[in-house]
Design a protein around this ligand. Structure first.
Ligand code: IMP
Length: 430
């Protein structure tokens, strides 16, 4: 039985929501393995729109087991609000349908405060974070002072963990001019939320092992995109987790061979939110047109996304690093009607031709894209359900993308509607 990992191949917002939903219908277990409620996945099912941030996309489908893995950072108050919001839409979420790894680190209110305080300091270059405390929570995990889901079960442990965290944070806060954290109030808040979270807490590595032995199909649902990966992204303008496919194993508690098919979600052009290098960014009418036609506004923060031409160098790179077996190409219809299209095939760095993005951020910022130009197409690709429905120019574009990134198209998404999908290879093939 094949297990599939879905990851974003660019800077996030590639349209993972629809594809994850499409795949989750075929899966038995859906696992989030990194990130937190900085993510925003929009699902449209039978005309109802669901907006998910921390919860795996499987929660909106009956009969699926959804898992929040240890690689995630979890804001317990946000989670409860998200669950209540979905219940209000008629979605049933119980400890039988949702499990949270006991070793999942918690995002606490002071993480968000620290994130926002740093971002508002003009002396330090901004990252443009979502302000949700993701980075500070991961820092605490690696710093061995984070509070984890299992700690909520024992009053004494919780109090020790809080003291350990506050020793660090109060010193830091004093340097930033923030008031000290009220220890007792924080413990009281955690004790109040604990009974709402603990029923979902499980050793999920065990559940996943059993699911695998029983031949259940597991879908690993990535958030953000590989270029925001803490190791391989455009550091320091990245998120604080590993986003690449390798994280599916460590972020859930399975072996490296748990994933049989890595599906990269690739938008037919490029977007980015927040700061950082973006070689093919357009600040002209073409960029504005991509933004308007593609509705490029963030699901989580509402921020306008930066837009640019497709960058084949970047996707070739992320496809290799994540070992992608195939891609799902999305939003091709946004390119309908352009007279000419450009694809970045290499960079010029001080007169030298590079076929990959260099590692140093200062060099990344100086990369000038080398483009290949193609004729556009005038007919619409929107809603196409077979190759025969696509204009010849669009097919040529897709084939050129495959060639340049060295990875085949497994799925082509031609509108937000789930049926508007051309299936080339089923990632869940047996
Ligand atoms: P953080 O994850 O909130 O720390 O933000 C770090 C960087 O990742 C910023 O550039 C954010 O805009 C970006 N980011 C975080 N989550 C997402 C996402 O789900 N989609 C796109 N960009 C994201």
């Amino acid at each position: 039985m094949a297990n599939v990992a879905v990851i974003g191949a660019q800077w996030g917002d590639e349209g993972k929501g629809k594809l994850v939903d499409w795949l989750s219908e075929r899966a038995d277990v859906i696992v989030r393995f990194q990130g937190g409620h900085n993510a925003g996945h929009t699902l449209v099912i039978d005309g109802t729109t669901y907006k998910l941030h921390a919860l795996p996309s499987g929660v909106v489908r009956r009969g699926k087991l959804s898992i929040i893995g240890n690689g995630v950072v979890l804001d317990p108050w946000h989670l409860i609000r998200e669950i209540e919001g979905l219940r209000g839409q008629g979605v049933d979420i119980t400890p039988e349908t949702l499990m949270i790894a006991e070793n999942t680190p918690l995002i606490l209110p002071f993480h968000g405060e620290l994130d926002r305080a740093r971002e508002s300091q003009t002396s330090v270059a901004r990252i443009g974070t979502t302000g949700r405390g993701i980075g500070p929570a991961y820092e605490d995990k690696v710093g061995r002072r984070v509070i984890r889901v299992a700690d909520l079960a024992d009053r004494r442990t919780l109090s020790l963990r809080v003291d350990r965290a506050l020793t660090h944070h109060n010193a830091l806060r004093s340097g930033l001019g923030l008031t000290a954290i009220d220890r007792d109030a924080l413990i009281a808040e955690l004790e109040a939320v604990a009974p709402q979270i603990l029923p979902y807490a499980k050793p999920v590595w065990k559940e996943l092992d059993q699911a695998r032995r029983r031949g259940r199909r597991i879908l690993f649902e990535g958030a953000q995109g590989a270029l925001l990966d803490i190791d391989f992204g455009t550091y320091p303008y990245v998120t604080s987790s590993n986003v690449v496919a390798g994280q599916a194993a460590t972020g859930s508690g399975m072996g490296p061979d748990a994933v049989d098919f890595v599906l990269g979600i690739v938008k037919a052009y490029t977007t980015r939110v927040g700061e950082g290098p973006f070689p093919t960014e357009l600040d002209d009418a073409d960029g504005a047109r991509l933004g308007t036609r593609g509705h490029e506004f963030g699901t989580t923060t509402g921020r306008q996304r930066r837009c640019g031409w497709f960058d084949a160098c970047l996707v070739r790179q992320t496809a290799a690093i994540s070992g992608m077996h195939g891609i799902a190409l999305t939003k091709l219809d946004v390119l309908d009607g352009f007279d000419r299209l450009r694809i970045c095939v290499a960079y010029d760095l001080d007169g030298e031709r590079l076929d990959h993005l260099p590692t140093a951020s200062e060099a990344q910022a100086r990369c000038v894209p080398i483009y290949e130009e193609m004729d556009g197409w005038s007919d619409s690709t929107r809603g196409a359900r077979s190759w025969a429905d696509l204009p010849a120019g669009a097919i040529k574009y897709v084939r050129r993308v495959e060639e340049l990134i060295g990875c085949p198209v497994a799925l082509l998404s031609t509108s937000p509607e789930r049926e508007d999908t051309i299936l080339v290879t089923d990632p869940f093939r047996d």
